[in-house]
Design a protein around this ligand. Sequence first.
Ligand SMILES: Nc1ncnc2c1ncn2[C@@H]1O[C@H](COP(=O)(O)OP(=O)(O)OP(=O)(O)O)[C@@H](O)[C@H]1O
Ligand SMILES: [Mg+2]
Length: 533
Amino acid sequence: CGFENPPDFRICGKCGEHLEGSKALPAYAKRAPRDYTPPFLVKKVLNSRHSIEGERKLVTVLFADVVNFTGISEKLDPEDVHDIMDGCFEILGREIHGAGGTINQYTGDGVMALFGAPVALEDHAERACYAALRVHESLERYRLRLKNQYSIDFRMRMGINTGLVVVGAIGDNLRLDYTAVGDTTNLAARLQALAKPGQILVSERVYRSAKGRFKFQKLGYIKVKGKEQGILAYVLKGYHTKPSYKEVHLKKIPFINRQKELNQLENAFDTSKKGIPFMVVLTGEAGIGKTRLIEVFIDKVKPQGIRTFWGTCSPLGLATTLHPIIDMIYDYFGLSAQGGDSVYTRAIVPHLDDRALYPKVKALFQLLEEIRLSDEKAQQSSFGNKREIFRTIRDLIITATSDHPLLAVIDNVQWMDTTSIEFIEYLFESLDDIPIMVICAGRTRPSQWGELANKVEMCLKPLNREDSKELLDSVIGTRLLDQQISHKIISNSGGNPLFLIEIGNTLITRGLIECDETKCIVTVPLEKIAIPD
Ligand SMILES: Nc1ncnc2c1ncn2[C@@H]1O[C@H](COP(=O)(O)OP(=O)(O)OP(=O)(O)O)[C@@H](O)[C@H]1O
Ligand SMILES: [Mg+2]
């Protein structure tokens, strides 16, 4: 494509083609994406390909590469190198596909993966970060094995960037042709090349999209061809721990309206209290207020003496079997990550009247702990006796809450793993005459749940102008904001509460509002204020 690549690039940073003069590619690197993409993704790509060909898409690109691959290849037999790389690609494939990305290309000793195309994902940057961390975690075990077996130090480096690409043709073999707009892929490759062994470097854009869920360390400016100033880079360090309910709750601004939705939830809850298990599926775009609505609803019905379980799915748990269900149970019993027998006894036994459940629950907790710590274990154990596990979890939930109506919340179901979805189905099929309501909230819903009998679907819509104004006023702490300005902010926000809060906070924290007795104005043109993506 004529792009001038830095000397250490083996594939073009602009178009992804292998560069002339780069090492002959081993056979595994020549496979087409269709050969290594899991069937469910193949179907998704083929179904959507014609609709996205020619489109400009915002995507996140991840490059992963083995450190000192040449040195390793020289030291070992080609067959051993082949086996080692096979194991490595298996890990990369599992984690990247598990997070919803696709591997577009093997680079000989690594991969280039795309998140957000050809499969559309709105949280592509977070997913790429998640995949990268998971790859490192899995590689850590693999690395120890290879150290013992071959006395080599096997590590990868990764680079992640978000930017635009124009999607070209998507072949039957699933290879996606694309043209990067600006330096989308080039910068990801550059970051990868600069990363230290075991390090994940990301661009500022990735940092901004993913900082809510991941920890980063600012690295500073790195030199990139064609950019005078250099590019701000960050090191991806790990996951944020989930903030507690209380922490989140403290800094909330007053809740606005949503009366109709609260009534709907209350009606459903009244039905469930009569012993008719009820499911509410709550959907709506990011930041529209799903989580907050449920919190407010819980506060409202709490005085009735209910028991609540709250489980959160996250992209971090996407590939972990039963993640939100385990989260829900741990949350209810106040268990920490380090369980152990004594914790189990202290936390759970007082909740169980039915002594017959003790040994079963104890076994269940050991299993859940194993699942939490290792996916491989989950794959082996949870499928052998899944029904037994489901039954024990159900019995645990019911027994622990036998004398109270029960409200179970599963939030962020767009990231729910398939076993958890099955569990919820099982729970509904197998419950009778139990006062339980389950609220499943997410940006999208799992498609399976069409069949459930007592189910209501709610889609949370944007706030209207009046409510948006009230929210904005309450964030900036005055009702005197100039009408034209508030009009413009509200129009831009599309009635999304998160957006209104972010923009209001930006105005306040940067001191951009000036007031006299009658009116407040914003001192810079609104276009100049960075608006979150
Ligand atoms: N009706 C409301 N009144 C006041 N604040 C609100 C309202 N709805 C939402 N918010 C606030 O807006 C922000 C985003 O809401 P929330 O986290 O509930 O969104 P969400 O739909 O759960 O988004 P996501 O899909 O990202 O989880 C929060 O700070 C929340 O407190
Ligand atoms: Mg939410």
